[in-house]
Design a binder for this molecule. Structure first.
Ligand SMILES: Cc1cc2nc3c(=O)[nH]c(=O)nc-3n(C[C@H](O)[C@H](O)[C@H](O)COP(=O)(O)OP(=O)(O)OC[C@H]3O[C@@H](n4cnc5c(N)ncnc54)[C@H](O)[C@@H]3O)c2cc1C
Ligand SMILES: NC(=O)c1ccc[n+]([C@@H]2O[C@H](COP(=O)([O-])OP(=O)(O)OC[C@H]3O[C@@H](n4cnc5c(N)ncnc54)[C@H](OP(=O)(O)O)[C@@H]3O)[C@@H](O)[C@H]2O)c1
Length: 780
């Protein structure tokens, strides 16, 4: 710790108007320009490299031994003067002991009270004199100084014409009682710095504990499933029914909660809420524990001033300590996801709330600090570190508003760009703010985590390459993207990847989609993207203009992320998908069926709920591929009377017939994939004008199509209307030979309903273990 750091941290002395030394900032214009140039959103990586290269920002050093030095120094200031004003200009108060024997004698005399003149303290003084003032003193000097103190020290009343501002030429006697008061004051004040660090680490330890418990619980489902599935007793059921599985209250978890007319928000689950409440609890405890003031405090004579300063220091340090996890939780490449088996969406939930608490702490820090120094406003508010602290606070405040769900939903890309810029200003501003205070290492760590995530993302993109991929608009609602993948790229069932469509208008956007392995080629994966209002709508419009509504687009994929649930370990695995939630669910159940074709002990059920028949069109090959598997599939059509886009099936049926006859006879000819044939067919037929039909003919034609669908998919049971989730859960549990898992992805309301019913029926399962796995992730 340098003098300058000590000086800055000791600024409250100014508050009392007693000590008016100021450390010359001497920030040259070059340095100012350099810092300004390090605008964080562009230069975070360089900032890190720069800091490392220049060894800037000394690591935090405990105040243990410094408390005594400070206490004595301050007591002596209030007692008398030793150095001349000219010497003080150069050596300030602390350095006076390096050149003035009476100062040093008084100092050692003071340290002697309470045995603070130990080796470590004396070594520290030697180091300070050498490091900051280039003055060499030795142990010898201390011995001589103490002898002088014992021989010659006088109390001010013994010195004729004593004046506190006029330097004395003898050591001053230190009153022991007063010395202990100063010690106590500095234990409160500087001890708070050390405590803040420990409490900050305590908050990290809280997260480590929670994650350790979650890791054990989630990994045991994979490592020792039979043991877990035996846990159906009252305690385990109660714990899961009331703590780990349910939404916070009633149903809404993936579905947003309406609040006022625009303040919708995503409610954390009950377990997440408890974890967050625990976090808030330890944060409040960590930010208030041990903060105290006493009436005779010579450093802070007013309680209000002491409390403001202590709280400002505590909140500022605590928030710095846990800043790395705020960033880590937001990253896609967060190793904690692997450890805990928590989804990215869960981490984003924690990121949001931890960041909100962080901002509250920053705000309290800023307000308390401002109150502490209100009398010195003009002195502080032009200082660089204060300016950057203020910038960070404003950036953090803006994030609190720009991150509202309504904005994320409406303009996700705008939200994201502004969020990154503001977060960079927040981290960069805080970095500069604490650069010389010993806490900058936490911002190195936060930036390193951020940079690591970005680098891994870029490496993944580069490794994947930019293959030309076929994109087809199907049934006017879904984009089918067939992406050739590199050999090393493992299409993990239930995983998702972020896709960049490399078109000038949107190449920078990355959107998450689940995928299936192509049924035709293990070298391709297929993404099914529902047409919404942003990039998918842009592609919809682009493809609408193309013949056959298909074209080749270069894409790049980042992933895979996520993966399968532990449903393979359950006697019955029920997969429930809604609408475009099917690809990930399908890939998981299909993988289970293919990977363990002989495992007939496990019942595999697939339930897919779609609104119209047209939705089957874009997933038809996959549905056909279920034919020879042991997956029992049920499709619910909630609006069977809608015949929109049914005639598109005409392009496909001849193909299906053809493909089946082919497969029976001449397999070698099947060089061209089913998908390619399909889209060649679409291409060919797109220009053919369909004969205009009378309404009756049209109705009959569509009826025929539906009949053909039913006969082609005879292995699928079709039902009309929405399924009753309660009946589904009760029925499947009853039919199961043992444990049952429900895995779901689809419309948030559907997912929430299924969770609700699973939770409701947990204790009515005749000792069978029921599990719920949510594959839907909602963070926007
Ligand atoms: C893990 C995961 C897997 C998904 N898999 C599929 C899938 O297989 N098929 C499918 O149709 N949809 C899937 N989605 C949803 C899909 O990512 C969005 O529908 C898509 O990003 C919307 O793009 P857009 O620009 O057209 O949307 P917009 O019309 O701009 O937005 C529609 C909705 O999507 C949200 N959204 C937009 N961009 C993103 C983004 N980059 N990340 C997260 N949410 C975003 C918005 O907040 C809004 O709520 C998945 C989402 C997640 C989180
Ligand atoms: N991992 C992920 O996060 C992930 C993965 C893939 C997809 N997605 C997203 O998930 C969403 C899937 O929804 P979608 O828009 O495709 O679905 P949708 O078309 O709105 O709904 C699909 C079907 O679900 C039915 N349904 C809705 N709520 C239900 C409920 N509570 N109980 C029973 N059935 C219900 C609907 O019935 P009605 O006709 O009666 O409404 C409809 O038939 C998409 O937005 C997609 O982008 C996310």
């Amino acid at each position: 710790m340098t003098m300058k750091q000590l000086h800055r941290l000791n600024q409250p002395i100014l508050l009392n108007g007693i000590y008016t030394d100021t450390y010359p900032e001497n920030i040259s214009s070059t340095r100012r320009i350099k810092e300004f140039c390090m605008l964080p959103f562009l230069f975070l990586p360089f900032l890190l490299a720069y800091a490392l290269a220049h060894g800037k920002g000394a690591p935090y050093e405990s105040y243990g031994i410094l408390r005594g030095i400070y206490a004595c120094n301050y007591q002596m200031r209030n007692l008398g003067s030793f150095c001349t004003p000219e010497q003080s200009e150069v050596y300030y108060s602390y350095g006076c002991g390096c050149i003035n024997i009476d100062y040093l004698a008084t100092f050692v005399g003071c340290l002697h009270i309470g045995n603070r003149d130990n080796d470590a303290t004396l070594d520290k003084l030697i180091e300070l004199c050498h490091h900051d003032f280039n003055v060499t003193i030795s142990r010898e000097n201390f011995l001589k100084a103490y002898d002088r103190y014992l021989d010659a020290a006088k109390s001010p009343s013994e010195i004729e014409g004593f004046n506190i501002t006029i330097p004395v030429d003898v050591p001053l006697k230190i009153n022991e009682t007063v010395a202990l008061t100063y010690t106590r004051a500095y234990d409160n004040f500087l001890g708070n710095y050390d405590d803040s660090l420990y409490y900050g680490v305590g908050i990290l330890a809280y997260w480590a504990f929670v994650m350790l418990v979650a890791s054990i619980a989630n990994w045991s489902m994979i490592i020792c499933p039979s043991l877990v599935q035996k846990c159906t007793g009252p305690f385990s059921t109660y714990w899961r029914k009331y703590i780990t599985l349910p939404a916070l209250a009633r149903r809404n978890k993936t579905n947003e909660q309406k609040f006022l007319w625009f303040l919708d928000f995503i409610v954390p689950s009950r377990f997440e809420t408890l974890v967050l409440l625990g976090f808030v609890g330890v944060t409040v405890a960590g930010c208030s524990a041990g903060i105290q003031w006493f009436e005779e405090d010579p450093v802070f004579t007013k309680r209000y001033a002491a409390m403001c300063r202590y709280v400002a220091d505590r909140t500022g340090i605590v928030v710095s300590v846990y800043m790395p996890i705020v960033i880590l939780f937001a990253g896609r490449n967060n190793f904690l996801q692997y450890l805990t088996h928590w989804s990215f969406a869960t981490f984003i939930t924690y990121h949001r709330w931890v960041a909100r608490v962080a901002f509250i702490l920053v705000f309290i820090h800023a307000v308390c600090f401002s109150l502490t120094f209100e009398e010195y406003f003009s002195y502080y508010y032009h200082q660089n570190y204060i300016i950057w602290g203020a910038i960070a606070t404003v950036a953090g405040g803006l994030i609190m508003f720009q991150g509202l769900l309504v904005l994320r939903r409406k303009w996700y890309e705008v939200f994201l760009i502004i969020h990154i810029i503001l977060a960079a200003f927040f981290i960069g501003g805080s970095w500069i703010h604490v650069d010389e205070l010993g806490y900058v290492w936490f911002y190195y760590a936060a930036s390193a985590v951020w940079i690591f995530d970005r680098v891994v993302r870029i490496v993944r993109l580069i490794a994947f390459g930019c293959p030309s991929s076929q994109v087809i608009l199907l049934a006017d609602e879904t984009l089918k993207v067939i992406v050739p993948k590199p050999k090393y790229w493992n299409a993990v069932p239930g995983g998702h990847a972020f896709i960049h469509f490399l078109r000038p208008s949107c190449f920078w956007q990355s959107h998450p989609f689940t995928f299936t392995e192509s049924s035709e080629s293990s070298d391709s994966i297929v993404l099914y993207c529902k047409v919404k209002g942003g990039i998918t709508h842009g592609l919809y419009q682009y493809l609408s203009k193309h013949p056959g509504q298909t074209t080749q687009i270069r894409v790049s994929l980042e992933g895979p992320y996520g993966g399968p649930t532990p449903s393979s370990k359950y006697d019955t695995a029920v997969f429930v998908a809604g609408g475009n939630g099917i690809p990930g669910i399908y890939s998981e159940v299909f993988d289970l069926a293919v990977r363990s074709p002989d495992n007939t002990k496990q019942a595999l059920k697939l339930v897919w709920i779609v609104r119209e028949y047209k939705s089957l069109y874009w997933f038809y090959e996959e549905l056909c591929a279920l034919k020879n598997t042991r997956i029992q599939t049920t499709i619910y059509i909630t609006n069977p009377d809608s015949h929109a886009h049914l005639d598109e099936f005409n392009k496909r049926f001849p193909l299906v017939e053809e493909s089946e006859s082919d497969s029976n006879s001449n397999k070698e000819e099947k060089e061209t994939s089913l998908e390619e044939k399909s889209y060649n067919k679409i291409q060919e037929s797109s220009d053919e004008a369909l004969p205009s039909l009378s309404p009756e003919e049209d109705y009959q034609a569509k009826k025929k199509i539906i009949e053909t669908i039913h006969s082609e998919l005879a292995h699928v049971e079709f039902k009309v209307g929405r399924p009753c989730m309660e009946d589904l859960v009760v029925q499947e549990t009853k039919e199961s030979n043992g444990s049952v898992s429900f895995v779901t992805c689809g419309h948030p309301r559907m997912v929430d309903d299924l969770r609700y019913e699973v939770v409701k029926n947990l204790d009515k399962a005749d000792g069978k273990r029921i599990e719920f796995f949510e594959q839907l992730q909602v963070w926007a």
